[in-house]
Design a protein around this ligand. Sequence first.
Ligand code: ADP
Length: 401
Amino acid sequence: MKIFVVNSGSSSLKYQLLDMESGAVMATGLVERIGDAMGKVSQKNWPGEARESEVDREMSFPNHNAAMHTVVDLVTGKDTGVIASTSEIDAIGHRVVQGGETLFKSTLIDDDVVEKIRANCPLSPLHNPANLVGIEVARELFAGVPQVAVFDTEFHQTMPPEAFMYPIPYKLYEDLKIRRYGFHGTSHRYVTEQAASLLGKAADKVNLVTLHLGNGCSMAAVRQGKCIDTSMGLTPLAGVMMGTRSGDIDPAIIPFLMKEKDLSMAQIDDILNKQSGLKGICGMNDMRDIHGAAGKGDRKAALAVDMFVYRIKKYIGAYYAVTGPLDALVFTAGIGENDDIVRGRVCAGLEHLGIAIDPARNAGRKKVATAVHADDSKVAILVIPTNEELAIARATLSVLN
Ligand code: ADP
């Protein structure tokens, strides 16, 4: 069974071809700058295996349709490919960011599902339209191949109303479906299942706080294997501080800014999504650069890290209060997997909560799942590399079965 996973963003397209029987990644690739004068496609074939090979090309992609055609050509090409023709692909799994209140579970895509994804676009204007384009092009190019949508919001559907409702007039929820949805659900679910297996517990018995810390950052409170709260909200702007997104701020800052600086909604949106977070404080959003600058005495860089860590700690406290006895903290994604400074600082001072990290175990980047807690820590601290593509492929398989 070969599954092709498509994750289309507004100007990018990530893809992966997986052989589910052997578990091998046959090809993994990324198209960047779709719509720009010049773009780029890179593909790795059989990453990590002896037969590994790579494609790296600058070329222009006027739209997603062109990008998808190139991807198909590369994956099936004589010199660049890993399969002889698209007929070898058994199913396609699509990442869809927002399922809203109409699409709760991974589902086989038909016209009705496409219309529901389209109807949810206002709730996720940056992502759903791009996901839809990916789906439409794939349905055209891979006619007859079953296609499955896997939603970022899915894992968070188990949140109770007291967690997902906002304390604003109820009618706004009824009219516009304004509520917390949460994102990165595929990642939070994947690390939850991995953590349960590492801890030797059933997946429906673990209490966790999961920390997906990448460019976008989100946390989830998991009780008995189910998500009961998460830090992102109606949109992926809420919650902890991120690379360029503010995370939680006083909502009154928005009308204040509009009045004092005479800014439009679009300008505010741009400030909060693209010019805030780590970048807003110190001008950089790559954590490696920020540590480097802080080490050389850049006070704003040091402040950015202090704020990033402090805000995560507060969420750990909040979620600890609702998960019940905690089995583990789970770090994942770019910063979570690679940044021992952030992991160490997030856990420092939490010993009174039974959370004690072991500096030697924590040291360095973690390419495989690793326990980094001290022997006397009541709560395990796990670093688990996320694998959203594999999780999407597994969800696709389970829908087909
Ligand atoms: P995205 O949300 O775009 O998928 P990633 O999960 O790739 O993002 O995470 C990107 C973040 O991970 C960046 O802030 C980057 O600096 C950070 N990161 C990657 N490698 C390291 C490293 N070795 N040390 C510290 N941070 C790292």
